[in-house]
Design a protein around this ligand. Structure first.
Ligand code: C2O
Ligand code: CU
Length: 489
């Protein structure tokens, strides 16, 4: 899949270009959208909400009449939706019934590093991992996925991922009947082999595939060729880019405008009117969309070729267009709550660290270094707010996700951030020749030994080592722990 463009003499490398792909007119939207079930927790004696997830292999009928071997949590593909409110104590018992060691990371969650589920918390086959923490952030659409170094791309692609929703009264002023007028849409691209398996060619990093896998078939919540019926005048969609590498540029087939109400880490201060929204891997957005009775409209992604440089983009020419989902409005629609003019109050933190952190996105490393479990790249103080200056001087699409923290985008390419960059975020898109500056607020949990990660969320890049680690330490430890060091033990 894709087009291998032969470069001119003197050009330093091949670029795998996904050019001019389209599925429009090929879908019939025959399958009802799967809605991941909500997982009911057990309430422990101390009030803690305890969830149980079992990671397992299975088979799922995605294409008509074909069984696709897939991985999932408590099912054959994807996993259930976990929910909690701010202030809740939660615990998850994660049992690994997969044939390989994996991990499970709570993307966007503010929690102690030991509960983070990154590469330092592997779960061996047959083992159960039991993280516990207190939810201490505002309402947001978070998600979980495996995060073992070098196998993240494969494990996510095979189907392990799910949502973790945090609720609070501000979020409940918006439509919030799950699966009715509050509908999650997990977007994931796949390639299928003729016999209906997931094609894993280009999944890993290497050879000419510098972007990683780009699939021609888009699954929504693990549904191929989906439609969803709605019966209210306004519907909230929680968009999650759970793809390995694909960036979506989302719009409706009739170009209707809708309200962007939240980005990765929570509500925006005020709804933003949009027609298009870009979402890179790992990013989330919540939108509220108006419907008229009896109508049908298609959610679509249209964008220029991902990856490449001036040379390949010129050759690639066309844009990709993928129909994702047909929305079918009922003949009578229930009224929806009016959209609040103000959704929340956003208090942007002031930067507290004197020197900015400069981060150059290389191909495929960060500031010239690849991930090393034993190397602590940075040490920061709990609660500190640091300015990050990120630059992508290369020819590949990247983004940056920071664990255990959230941030505000201060500027993009020297100018004002676009609406989709506003609000509190944890993942930010950085295209070729792009730059962003962030105000990153670190979490409150310190641990002088266990790090958090920051990395590109294009999973092949992450697996190739485009990842670093940082320790969050207390003020007392800040003088004792060297700013950069090898860890022992
Ligand atoms: Cu969504 Cu470090 O991951
Ligand atoms: Cu990258």
């Amino acid at each position: 899949t894709g087009l291998l463009v032969v470069p001119p003499a003197g050009f330093a490398g091949y670029v795998w270009v996904d050019a001019g792909r389209s599925n429009t007119g090929t879908l019939t939207f025959r399958n009802p959208l799967r809605i991941p079930p909500e997982l009911t927790p057990q309430i422990d004696a101390d009030g803690r909400r305890r969830f149980r997830l079992t990671l397992q292999e299975g088979q799922t009928e995605l294409l008509p009449g074909k069984q696709t071997p897939t991985w999932g949590a408590n099912g054959t593909i994807l996993g259930p939706t976990l929910r909690a409110r701010r202030g809740d104590q939660v615990a998850v018992d994660v049992t690994n019934r997969l044939p390989e060691t994996t991990s499970l990371h709570w993307h966007g969650m503010h929690l102690p590093a030991a509960a983070d589920g990154g590469p330092h918390q592997p779960i061996a086959p047959g083992a159960t991992w039991r993280p516990a923490w207190t939810v201490e952030q505002r309402a947001a659409t978070l998600w979980y996925h495996p995060h073992l170094h070098r196998t993240t791309a494969k494990h996510v692609y095979r189907g392990v991922a799910g949502l973790f929703l945090i609720d609070d009264p501000e979020s409940e002023a918006l439509p919030h009947r799950y699966g009715v007028d509050d509908i999650p849409l997990i977007l994931q691209d796949r390639n299928f082999t003729d016999d209906g398996r997931f094609d894993e060619a280009n999944l890993g990093f290497g050879g000419v595939a510098t972007t990683g896998l780009l699939g021609d078939d888009i699954l929504v919540n693990g549904t191929y060729d989906p439609h969803v019926a709605v019966r209210t005048r306004q519907v909230r969609f929680r968009l999650v880019n759970g793809s390995n590498a694909r960036v979506y540029d989302l719009a409706f087939s009739d170009r209707r405008s809708y309200a962007l109400v939240a980005t990765d880490a929570g509500l925006l201060e005020t709804p933003q009117r949009l027609e298009r929204l870009r979402l890179s891997p790992g990013e989330r957005a919540e939108i509220v969309v108006p419907f008229r009775r009896g109508e049908r409209v298609v959610l679509r992604s249209s964008r220029p070729a991902i990856g490449g440089n001036v040379f390949t983009r010129r050759l690639a020419g066309g844009a990709d267009t993928f129909d994702l989902l047909e929305i079918r409005a009922a003949d009578t629609l229930d009224a929806s709550p009016p959209l609040p003019g103000r959704l929340t109050r956003v208090r942007r933190p002031a930067v507290t660290v004197r020197e900015p952190f400069r981060l150059e996105l290389g191909e495929f490393h960060l500031n010239g270094e690849v991930m090393d479990h034993a190397r602590m790249d940075r040490v920061v103080q709990a609660g500190a707010v640091e300015r990050w200056e990120i630059r992508n001087p290369g020819q590949n699409v990247h983004n940056i996700h920071v664990h255990g923290a959230s941030f505000y985008v201060l500027s993009r390419d020297g100018g004002e951030p676009a609406p989709a960059d506003r609000g509190e975020k944890d993942t930010v898109y950085v295209p070729p020749d792009g730059s962003v500056t962030l105000a990153v607020r670190y979490g409150s949990h310190s641990d002088p030994r266990l790090p958090y990660m920051y990395h590109c969320h294009l999973l092949a890049h992450e697996d190739a080592g485009m990842m670093g680690q940082y320790l969050v330490v207390s003020a007392a430890d800040a003088t004792r722990v060297p700013a950069r060091h090898e860890s022992h033990g």
